[in-house]
Design a protein around this ligand. Structure first.
Ligand SMILES: *Cc1c(COP(=O)(O)O)cnc(C)c1O
Length: 395
């Protein structure tokens, strides 16, 4: 007979999903109600308001797409990009390539601006591309490249797009709730994120927000959006409207309870405090890693506090270390991707996982496993360095 599935209690410190807060898991198990129940419609409105807070925007069209981050990405591209358009796509990691796929599947041309993995998008190259392609209608970039651990300068890239009258599609899957992100101040037009990274929620939901300029472009489209499910004109009828909501699809009711709870937690802590916590724990982790003799893969000004790329020392077997961390410590960290496969580990400190306990667990476990693999490391030096770092910061 097939049996129930009971997963182990892991500590999730990879590129996502990250540790889900117990409060969020508890919310998920509350009784399911109808998706057109008046109480659920009220909850939908509250989620919209909480997402506006998280994104720092007043955009009316701010909703969770009922599918993972990649669907939020696709929602932005299929609604803003039409056949024959030119889109400037920045690539400095895995997700820029996925953006290019989206552009081409919309029947548009992608002009690629490439930067080395582990470095930010270079604003000078973007400006050059915007000048060389005045026909470009859109600029697309990833704010926080989870595949490499590098942050790009979202504010400057948005300014450049505005100077050249292009709309901006910005990937904030890993940035939302973890580092500064100001959709309205920066003037980003179509922005998508994910539930399972710094929001400490379960995977499967993608918050998105569209500026009034983006909505105007959607309303003036000549071509129907190629995706029925992600057509924002149809989705808008489900998520807005004063009294009556038009059925479009069935919202994932319980997953939205979970998202709501995670956003209430963010509101209670405060966005700035959450961002400061991510930074504080990142600095302690880095101090500990340095004390163990490990090097970070990204230059300091561009490091993401929520995704720490660490160089794998010579002679250490990448897969073996990660397997031991999982087996002996129930600890998941991420492997390198693409150009960085086998060269880096990716240690996530996202949302609920950005805690002192997790930093200490990870340093301890890594020390034990690396020593087991023959590395010479001072016992306890990493923990001492992390504790000293918190003390210096007054934590
Ligand atoms: C995780 C991630 C995605 C994809 O999200 P899924 O929920 O896995 O579809 C897109 N962009 C970035 C930067 C991510 O980190």
């Amino acid at each position: 007979m097939t049996q129930s599935f009971y997963p182990p209690q892991r500590t999730l410190m990879g590129p996502g999903p990250s540790d889900v807060a117990p409060r969020v898991l508890a919310a998920l198990a509350r009784p399911t109600i109808g998706h057109l129940d008046p109480l659920f419609v009220e909850l939908m409105d509250e989620i919209k308001g909480l997402l506006q807070y998280a994104f720092q925007t007043e955009n009316e069209l701010t909703i969770p797409v009922s599918a993972p981050g990649s669907a939020g990405m696709e929602a932005c591209f299929v609604n803003l990009v039409a056949p024959g358009d030119t889109v400037i796509v920045c690539q400095n990691g895995v997700f820029g390539a996925r953006m290019r796929e989206n552009v081409e599947r919309c029947g548009a041309t992608a002009v690629m601006v490439e930067d080395a993995w582990g470095t930010p998008v270079d604003p000078q190259k973007v400006e050059d591309a915007l000048k060389a392609h005045p026909e470009a209608s859109t600029l697309a970039f990833v704010h926080a490249e989870t595949s490499t651990g590098a942050r790009s300068d979202g504010k400057t890239l948005c300014e450049l797009a505005q100077q050249h009258e292009a709309l901006v599609i910005m990937d904030t899957v890993t940035s939302l709730g973890g580092i500064e992100l100001k959709v309205d101040d920066w003037g980003a037009d179509a922005v998508y994120s994910g539930s399972q990274k710094c929001l400490s929620c379960v995977p499967g939901i993608s918050p998105v927000t569209f500026s009034p300029r983006a909505v105007a472009r959607i309303q003036n489209r000549e071509h129907k959006v190629q995706s029925w499910f992600l057509d924002m004109q149809l989705v808008m009828g489900y998520w807005s409207g004063e009294s009556k909501r038009a059925y479009h699809h069935t919202a994932p009711v319980n997953a939205l309870y979970a998202l709501h709870e995670s956003l209430v937690m963010l509101r209670e802590e405060g966005l700035e405090a959450a961002i400061a916590r991510h930074k504080r724990n990142h600095l302690a982790l880095v101090a500990g890693l340095h004390a163990m003799g490990l090097q970070m893969a990204v230059a300091e000004p561009w490091r993401l506090p929520q995704l720490n790329a660490v160089c794998i020392p010579d002679g250490i077997d990448d897969g073996d270390v990660r397997a031991r961390l999982l087996r002996d410590f129930d600890l998941e960290i991420g492997a390198g991707l693409g150009a960085l496969a086998g060269k880096t580990w990716r240690i996530g400190l996202m949302g609920h996982a950005s805690r002192e306990r997790n930093v200490l667990t990870c340093l301890n476990a890594l020390e034990a496993v690396l020593k087991g693999a023959g590395a010479s490391i001072d016992s306890g030096a990493a923990i001492d360095a992390a504790n000293a770092c918190w003390r210096e910061q007054g934590a």
